[in-house]
Design a protein around this ligand. Structure first.
Ligand SMILES: [Zn+2]
Length: 404
Protein backbone atom coordinates (compact mmCIF):
# COMPACT_ATOMS: atom_id res chain seq x y z
CA UNK A 1 0.00 0.00 0.00
CA UNK A 2 1.38 3.41 -0.90
CA UNK A 3 1.68 6.21 1.67
CA UNK A 4 -1.11 8.19 0.02
CA UNK A 5 -3.57 5.34 0.55
CA UNK A 6 -2.45 5.05 4.17
CA UNK A 7 -3.22 8.73 4.71
CA UNK A 8 -6.55 8.20 3.00
CA UNK A 9 -7.36 5.50 5.54
CA UNK A 10 -6.17 7.64 8.45
CA UNK A 11 -8.42 10.46 7.29
CA UNK A 12 -11.34 8.11 6.81
CA UNK A 13 -12.17 9.50 3.40
CA UNK A 14 -14.19 7.37 1.02
CA UNK A 15 -14.49 7.16 -2.75
CA UNK A 16 -14.75 9.01 -4.98
CA UNK A 17 -12.29 10.94 -2.79
CA UNK A 18 -8.71 9.78 -2.43
CA UNK A 19 -5.33 11.20 -1.40
CA UNK A 20 -3.50 12.13 -4.55
CA UNK A 21 -0.29 13.42 -3.02
CA UNK A 22 1.38 13.94 0.35
CA UNK A 23 4.05 16.56 0.82
CA UNK A 24 6.29 16.94 3.87
CA UNK A 25 8.09 20.16 4.53
CA UNK A 26 10.63 19.42 7.22
CA UNK A 27 11.74 23.00 7.74
CA UNK A 28 8.18 24.29 8.04
CA UNK A 29 7.10 21.32 10.20
CA UNK A 30 4.16 20.87 7.95
CA UNK A 31 2.37 18.14 6.09
CA UNK A 32 0.14 18.91 3.11
CA UNK A 33 -2.29 16.30 1.85
CA UNK A 34 -3.84 16.83 -1.57
CA UNK A 35 -7.21 15.19 -2.00
CA UNK A 36 -8.98 14.67 -5.26
CA UNK A 37 -11.95 12.80 -6.64
CA UNK A 38 -11.73 10.08 -9.23
CA UNK A 39 -12.12 11.03 -12.85
CA UNK A 40 -15.60 10.63 -14.14
CA UNK A 41 -17.00 10.21 -10.63
CA UNK A 42 -20.61 11.02 -9.96
CA UNK A 43 -21.81 12.70 -6.76
CA UNK A 44 -25.09 12.79 -4.91
CA UNK A 45 -27.04 15.93 -5.56
CA UNK A 46 -26.74 18.03 -2.35
CA UNK A 47 -30.39 19.06 -2.69
CA UNK A 48 -32.36 15.94 -3.69
CA UNK A 49 -29.76 13.21 -3.23
CA UNK A 50 -29.91 11.99 -6.82
CA UNK A 51 -26.93 9.83 -7.75
CA UNK A 52 -24.73 10.50 -10.73
CA UNK A 53 -24.61 14.26 -10.50
CA UNK A 54 -21.63 15.27 -12.60
CA UNK A 55 -19.05 17.92 -11.71
CA UNK A 56 -19.78 21.23 -13.33
CA UNK A 57 -16.82 23.24 -12.07
CA UNK A 58 -14.54 23.22 -9.00
CA UNK A 59 -13.12 25.61 -6.44
CA UNK A 60 -10.06 25.11 -4.24
CA UNK A 61 -10.32 24.68 -0.50
CA UNK A 62 -7.82 24.28 2.34
CA UNK A 63 -8.58 22.92 5.79
CA UNK A 64 -6.39 22.62 8.80
CA UNK A 65 -6.40 19.06 10.12
CA UNK A 66 -5.16 17.21 13.20
CA UNK A 67 -1.46 17.19 13.84
CA UNK A 68 0.11 14.09 12.33
CA UNK A 69 3.12 13.28 14.50
CA UNK A 70 4.45 16.76 15.22
CA UNK A 71 3.40 18.15 11.86
CA UNK A 72 0.72 20.71 11.32
CA UNK A 73 -1.40 19.11 8.64
CA UNK A 74 -3.43 20.76 5.94
CA UNK A 75 -5.88 19.19 3.53
CA UNK A 76 -6.29 20.61 0.04
CA UNK A 77 -8.96 19.73 -2.47
CA UNK A 78 -10.79 21.07 -5.44
CA UNK A 79 -14.43 20.86 -4.48
CA UNK A 80 -16.92 20.45 -7.29
CA UNK A 81 -20.24 22.03 -7.93
CA UNK A 82 -22.39 19.38 -9.56
CA UNK A 83 -25.24 19.43 -11.99
CA UNK A 84 -28.23 17.43 -10.82
CA UNK A 85 -29.75 15.06 -13.42
CA UNK A 86 -33.19 15.72 -11.93
CA UNK A 87 -32.99 19.43 -12.51
CA UNK A 88 -32.04 20.93 -9.12
CA UNK A 89 -29.47 23.02 -10.91
CA UNK A 90 -25.78 23.46 -10.13
CA UNK A 91 -25.03 22.82 -6.45
CA UNK A 92 -21.97 22.92 -4.22
CA UNK A 93 -20.92 19.47 -2.91
CA UNK A 94 -20.45 19.29 0.86
CA UNK A 95 -17.23 17.50 1.70
CA UNK A 96 -17.32 14.87 4.42
CA UNK A 97 -14.26 16.10 6.30
CA UNK A 98 -15.34 19.68 7.00
CA UNK A 99 -18.36 21.86 7.67
CA UNK A 100 -19.31 24.38 5.01
CA UNK A 101 -17.24 27.56 5.26
CA UNK A 102 -14.91 26.21 7.91
CA UNK A 103 -11.18 26.31 7.39
CA UNK A 104 -10.74 23.37 9.76
CA UNK A 105 -11.48 19.71 9.23
CA UNK A 106 -14.19 18.28 11.48
CA UNK A 107 -11.66 16.20 13.40
CA UNK A 108 -9.52 19.25 14.03
CA UNK A 109 -12.62 21.06 15.32
CA UNK A 110 -13.38 18.16 17.64
CA UNK A 111 -9.81 18.35 18.92
CA UNK A 112 -10.20 22.12 19.48
CA UNK A 113 -13.44 21.64 21.38
CA UNK A 114 -11.83 19.12 23.69
CA UNK A 115 -9.03 21.59 24.40
CA UNK A 116 -11.45 24.52 24.82
CA UNK A 117 -13.36 22.67 27.50
CA UNK A 118 -10.18 22.34 29.52
CA UNK A 119 -8.08 25.45 29.01
CA UNK A 120 -8.17 29.16 28.22
CA UNK A 121 -8.94 30.16 24.66
CA UNK A 122 -5.70 32.12 24.39
CA UNK A 123 -3.74 29.09 25.56
CA UNK A 124 -5.40 26.84 22.98
CA UNK A 125 -4.72 29.50 20.36
CA UNK A 126 -1.06 29.51 21.29
CA UNK A 127 -0.87 25.74 21.34
CA UNK A 128 -2.33 25.24 17.88
CA UNK A 129 -1.00 28.56 16.54
CA UNK A 130 -4.34 29.89 15.40
CA UNK A 131 -5.96 33.23 16.10
CA UNK A 132 -8.49 33.48 18.95
CA UNK A 133 -11.26 34.61 16.64
CA UNK A 134 -11.10 31.40 14.60
CA UNK A 135 -11.40 29.33 17.77
CA UNK A 136 -14.32 31.37 19.07
CA UNK A 137 -16.09 30.78 15.76
CA UNK A 138 -15.75 27.01 16.19
CA UNK A 139 -16.89 27.23 19.80
CA UNK A 140 -19.96 29.26 18.88
CA UNK A 141 -20.89 26.75 16.22
CA UNK A 142 -20.81 23.64 18.41
CA UNK A 143 -22.33 25.32 21.45
CA UNK A 144 -25.12 26.77 19.30
CA UNK A 145 -25.78 23.43 17.67
CA UNK A 146 -25.87 21.57 20.99
CA UNK A 147 -28.07 24.20 22.59
CA UNK A 148 -30.58 24.10 19.74
CA UNK A 149 -31.30 20.48 20.67
CA UNK A 150 -31.80 21.12 24.38
CA UNK A 151 -35.19 20.07 25.72
CA UNK A 152 -36.57 21.71 28.87
CA UNK A 153 -39.87 19.82 29.10
CA UNK A 154 -39.08 18.51 32.58
CA UNK A 155 -37.68 21.65 34.17
CA UNK A 156 -39.53 22.42 37.41
CA UNK A 157 -37.06 24.46 39.46
CA UNK A 158 -35.17 27.51 38.38
CA UNK A 159 -32.45 29.54 40.05
CA UNK A 160 -31.38 32.89 38.68
CA UNK A 161 -28.43 35.10 39.46
CA UNK A 162 -26.43 37.93 37.99
CA UNK A 163 -22.75 38.00 37.40
CA UNK A 164 -20.65 40.94 36.36
CA UNK A 165 -19.30 40.40 32.90
CA UNK A 166 -16.47 42.87 33.09
CA UNK A 167 -15.09 45.43 35.43
CA UNK A 168 -17.67 48.15 35.80
CA UNK A 169 -21.34 47.67 35.46
CA UNK A 170 -22.07 45.15 32.77
CA UNK A 171 -23.95 42.08 33.84
CA UNK A 172 -25.05 38.80 32.46
CA UNK A 173 -27.95 36.98 34.06
CA UNK A 174 -27.79 33.22 34.36
CA UNK A 175 -30.77 30.88 34.70
CA UNK A 176 -30.13 27.35 35.94
CA UNK A 177 -32.15 24.19 36.28
CA UNK A 178 -31.32 23.65 39.93
CA UNK A 179 -32.43 20.00 39.94
CA UNK A 180 -30.02 19.13 37.14
CA UNK A 181 -27.38 21.67 38.13
CA UNK A 182 -27.03 23.14 34.69
CA UNK A 183 -27.24 26.53 33.05
CA UNK A 184 -30.20 26.68 30.71
CA UNK A 185 -30.10 30.34 29.73
CA UNK A 186 -27.66 33.21 29.93
CA UNK A 187 -28.22 36.70 28.63
CA UNK A 188 -26.77 40.16 28.79
CA UNK A 189 -28.69 42.58 30.94
CA UNK A 190 -30.15 42.43 34.40
CA UNK A 191 -33.66 43.81 34.67
CA UNK A 192 -37.23 42.58 34.28
CA UNK A 193 -36.91 42.04 30.50
CA UNK A 194 -34.45 39.20 31.12
CA UNK A 195 -37.22 37.07 32.66
CA UNK A 196 -39.33 37.67 29.55
CA UNK A 197 -36.35 36.79 27.34
CA UNK A 198 -35.79 33.66 29.38
CA UNK A 199 -39.40 32.60 29.02
CA UNK A 200 -39.27 32.97 25.23
CA UNK A 201 -36.11 30.87 24.99
CA UNK A 202 -37.45 28.36 27.50
CA UNK A 203 -40.58 27.78 25.42
CA UNK A 204 -38.51 27.45 22.23
CA UNK A 205 -36.91 24.48 24.01
CA UNK A 206 -40.25 22.88 24.92
CA UNK A 207 -40.17 24.35 28.43
CA UNK A 208 -43.59 24.71 30.03
CA UNK A 209 -43.81 27.75 32.31
CA UNK A 210 -46.80 26.33 34.20
CA UNK A 211 -44.69 23.34 35.23
CA UNK A 212 -42.14 25.56 36.94
CA UNK A 213 -43.10 25.43 40.60
CA UNK A 214 -40.08 26.83 42.40
CA UNK A 215 -37.87 29.77 41.61
CA UNK A 216 -34.89 30.99 43.60
CA UNK A 217 -33.58 34.53 43.18
CA UNK A 218 -32.28 37.52 45.07
CA UNK A 219 -34.62 40.18 46.41
CA UNK A 220 -34.41 42.48 43.39
CA UNK A 221 -37.83 43.91 42.52
CA UNK A 222 -37.14 43.27 38.83
CA UNK A 223 -36.84 39.51 39.31
CA UNK A 224 -39.83 39.36 41.62
CA UNK A 225 -42.03 41.29 39.19
CA UNK A 226 -40.69 39.29 36.24
CA UNK A 227 -41.42 35.89 37.78
CA UNK A 228 -44.83 36.95 39.05
CA UNK A 229 -45.76 38.06 35.57
CA UNK A 230 -44.18 35.34 33.43
CA UNK A 231 -44.14 32.31 35.76
CA UNK A 232 -47.28 32.79 37.83
CA UNK A 233 -47.37 29.14 38.96
CA UNK A 234 -43.96 29.42 40.61
CA UNK A 235 -43.31 30.14 44.28
CA UNK A 236 -40.34 32.38 44.93
CA UNK A 237 -37.67 31.47 47.46
CA UNK A 238 -35.16 34.18 48.25
CA UNK A 239 -31.68 32.90 48.07
CA UNK A 240 -30.07 32.27 51.47
CA UNK A 241 -26.78 33.72 50.36
CA UNK A 242 -28.36 37.04 49.42
CA UNK A 243 -30.45 37.24 52.58
CA UNK A 244 -27.36 36.59 54.67
CA UNK A 245 -25.45 39.20 52.69
CA UNK A 246 -28.11 41.77 53.50
CA UNK A 247 -27.34 41.38 57.19
CA UNK A 248 -23.60 41.27 56.70
CA UNK A 249 -23.83 44.58 54.88
CA UNK A 250 -25.91 46.03 57.72
CA UNK A 251 -23.33 44.95 60.32
CA UNK A 252 -20.61 46.49 58.21
CA UNK A 253 -22.57 49.70 57.92
CA UNK A 254 -22.88 49.90 61.72
CA UNK A 255 -19.14 49.27 62.04
CA UNK A 256 -18.19 51.95 59.54
CA UNK A 257 -20.29 54.55 61.31
CA UNK A 258 -18.99 53.56 64.72
CA UNK A 259 -15.32 53.40 63.87
CA UNK A 260 -15.20 57.19 63.49
CA UNK A 261 -15.29 57.37 67.30
CA UNK A 262 -13.87 53.94 68.03
CA UNK A 263 -10.58 53.53 66.17
CA UNK A 264 -10.12 50.01 67.59
CA UNK A 265 -12.72 48.94 65.00
CA UNK A 266 -10.47 49.79 62.08
CA UNK A 267 -9.37 46.83 60.01
CA UNK A 268 -11.84 44.49 61.72
CA UNK A 269 -14.29 44.28 58.81
CA UNK A 270 -13.68 40.62 57.97
CA UNK A 271 -13.94 39.52 61.57
CA UNK A 272 -17.58 40.66 61.74
CA UNK A 273 -18.44 39.05 58.42
CA UNK A 274 -17.56 35.57 59.58
CA UNK A 275 -18.94 33.22 62.17
CA UNK A 276 -16.72 32.71 65.22
CA UNK A 277 -15.96 29.11 64.24
CA UNK A 278 -14.48 30.34 60.95
CA UNK A 279 -12.04 32.77 62.57
CA UNK A 280 -8.34 32.27 63.17
CA UNK A 281 -7.08 32.35 66.76
CA UNK A 282 -5.78 35.94 66.70
CA UNK A 283 -9.01 37.17 65.03
CA UNK A 284 -10.99 35.37 67.69
CA UNK A 285 -9.14 37.13 70.51
CA UNK A 286 -9.78 40.50 68.85
CA UNK A 287 -13.46 39.59 68.57
CA UNK A 288 -13.63 38.55 72.21
CA UNK A 289 -11.99 41.73 73.37
CA UNK A 290 -14.31 43.89 71.24
CA UNK A 291 -17.49 42.13 72.34
CA UNK A 292 -16.68 43.06 75.96
CA UNK A 293 -16.49 46.82 75.45
CA UNK A 294 -20.12 47.58 74.62
CA UNK A 295 -19.93 48.35 70.96
CA UNK A 296 -22.88 48.86 68.64
CA UNK A 297 -21.04 46.72 66.13
CA UNK A 298 -20.93 43.84 68.57
CA UNK A 299 -24.68 44.10 69.15
CA UNK A 300 -25.32 44.17 65.43
CA UNK A 301 -23.09 41.14 65.07
CA UNK A 302 -25.07 39.22 67.70
CA UNK A 303 -28.31 39.95 65.86
CA UNK A 304 -26.73 38.73 62.65
CA UNK A 305 -25.54 35.52 64.35
CA UNK A 306 -29.01 34.86 65.71
CA UNK A 307 -30.43 35.27 62.25
CA UNK A 308 -27.95 32.68 61.01
CA UNK A 309 -29.54 30.17 63.43
CA UNK A 310 -32.85 30.71 61.64
CA UNK A 311 -31.81 28.42 58.80
CA UNK A 312 -31.31 25.57 61.24
CA UNK A 313 -34.62 25.66 63.13
CA UNK A 314 -37.31 23.01 62.46
CA UNK A 315 -39.71 24.16 59.70
CA UNK A 316 -42.70 24.36 62.06
CA UNK A 317 -40.78 26.74 64.32
CA UNK A 318 -39.35 28.91 61.57
CA UNK A 319 -41.97 31.63 61.39
CA UNK A 320 -42.15 32.12 65.16
CA UNK A 321 -38.37 32.33 65.27
CA UNK A 322 -38.31 34.91 62.49
CA UNK A 323 -41.03 37.00 64.16
CA UNK A 324 -39.09 37.07 67.42
CA UNK A 325 -35.90 37.96 65.61
CA UNK A 326 -37.69 40.72 63.71
CA UNK A 327 -38.96 42.23 66.95
CA UNK A 328 -35.49 42.23 68.45
CA UNK A 329 -33.85 43.67 65.32
CA UNK A 330 -36.41 46.44 64.90
CA UNK A 331 -35.95 47.41 68.56
CA UNK A 332 -32.17 47.41 68.36
CA UNK A 333 -31.76 51.18 67.89
CA UNK A 334 -29.26 50.33 65.15
CA UNK A 335 -30.55 52.02 62.00
CA UNK A 336 -28.88 49.73 59.41
CA UNK A 337 -30.07 46.61 61.25
CA UNK A 338 -33.61 47.96 61.47
CA UNK A 339 -33.57 48.74 57.78
CA UNK A 340 -32.39 45.22 56.95
CA UNK A 341 -35.07 43.78 59.23
CA UNK A 342 -37.76 45.71 57.37
CA UNK A 343 -36.42 44.44 54.06
CA UNK A 344 -36.76 40.93 55.45
CA UNK A 345 -40.29 41.74 56.55
CA UNK A 346 -41.16 42.78 52.99
CA UNK A 347 -39.85 39.47 51.67
CA UNK A 348 -41.27 37.37 54.48
CA UNK A 349 -42.97 34.58 52.51
CA UNK A 350 -40.09 34.11 50.09
CA UNK A 351 -37.65 33.80 52.97
CA UNK A 352 -39.83 31.28 54.81
CA UNK A 353 -40.45 29.43 51.56
CA UNK A 354 -36.98 27.96 51.85
CA UNK A 355 -38.25 25.62 54.59
CA UNK A 356 -40.60 24.09 52.03
CA UNK A 357 -38.65 24.31 48.80
CA UNK A 358 -35.13 23.86 50.23
CA UNK A 359 -33.99 25.52 47.05
CA UNK A 360 -30.98 27.79 47.04
CA UNK A 361 -28.60 29.20 44.51
CA UNK A 362 -25.59 27.20 45.61
CA UNK A 363 -25.31 25.77 42.14
CA UNK A 364 -25.31 29.29 40.71
CA UNK A 365 -22.58 30.34 43.12
CA UNK A 366 -20.49 27.46 41.82
CA UNK A 367 -21.33 28.38 38.22
CA UNK A 368 -20.48 31.97 38.99
CA UNK A 369 -17.05 30.82 40.05
CA UNK A 370 -16.63 29.02 36.73
CA UNK A 371 -17.77 32.09 34.81
CA UNK A 372 -15.30 34.29 36.68
CA UNK A 373 -12.59 31.81 35.76
CA UNK A 374 -13.76 31.80 32.15
CA UNK A 375 -13.58 35.59 32.13
CA UNK A 376 -10.04 35.57 33.39
CA UNK A 377 -9.21 32.96 30.80
CA UNK A 378 -10.75 34.97 27.98
CA UNK A 379 -8.66 38.00 28.95
CA UNK A 380 -7.98 40.39 26.12
CA UNK A 381 -10.72 39.02 23.97
CA UNK A 382 -14.04 39.44 25.55
CA UNK A 383 -17.59 40.13 24.61
CA UNK A 384 -20.80 39.14 26.31
CA UNK A 385 -21.52 36.81 23.42
CA UNK A 386 -18.25 34.95 23.98
CA UNK A 387 -18.74 34.86 27.71
CA UNK A 388 -22.24 33.45 27.31
CA UNK A 389 -21.06 30.73 24.90
CA UNK A 390 -18.26 29.84 27.31
CA UNK A 391 -20.78 29.66 30.15
CA UNK A 392 -22.89 27.19 28.21
CA UNK A 393 -19.80 25.17 27.36
CA UNK A 394 -18.52 24.83 30.90
CA UNK A 395 -21.80 24.84 32.84
CA UNK A 396 -24.55 23.85 30.41
CA UNK A 397 -23.99 20.08 30.43
CA UNK A 398 -24.59 20.15 26.68
CA UNK A 399 -24.66 17.04 24.56
CA UNK A 400 -21.98 17.93 22.07
CA UNK A 401 -22.23 16.37 18.68
CA UNK A 402 -18.53 16.18 17.95
CA UNK A 403 -17.24 14.28 14.94
CA UNK A 404 -15.23 11.19 15.82
ZN1 LIG B 1 -31.14 17.19 -7.29
Amino acid sequence: MDPESLFGMALGITPPWYVKAAEFSLDRGRLDLYLDFQRGAGFHCPTCGAEGSKPYDTSKGTWRHLIFFQYETYLHARVPRVKCPRGCGVKQVQVAWARPDSGFSQLFEAYLMILLREMPVSKVAGLVREHNTRLWRVLHHYVGQARSKEDYTDVRQIGVDETSSRRGHRYITIFADTERSKVIFATAGEDAPVVAAFKRDFMLHQGQPEKVREVCCDMSPAFIAGFEEFFPAAQITFDKFHVTKLLNDAVDQVRREEQRDRPELKKTRYIWLKNPDKLKQHQLSILERLTHVNLKTARAYQIRLTFQDFWGVPPEAAEAFLRKWFFRATHSRLAPIRKAAWTIKQHWNGILRWFTSRINNGILEAINGLVQAAKARARGYRSNRNLIAMTYLIAGKLQMDLPT
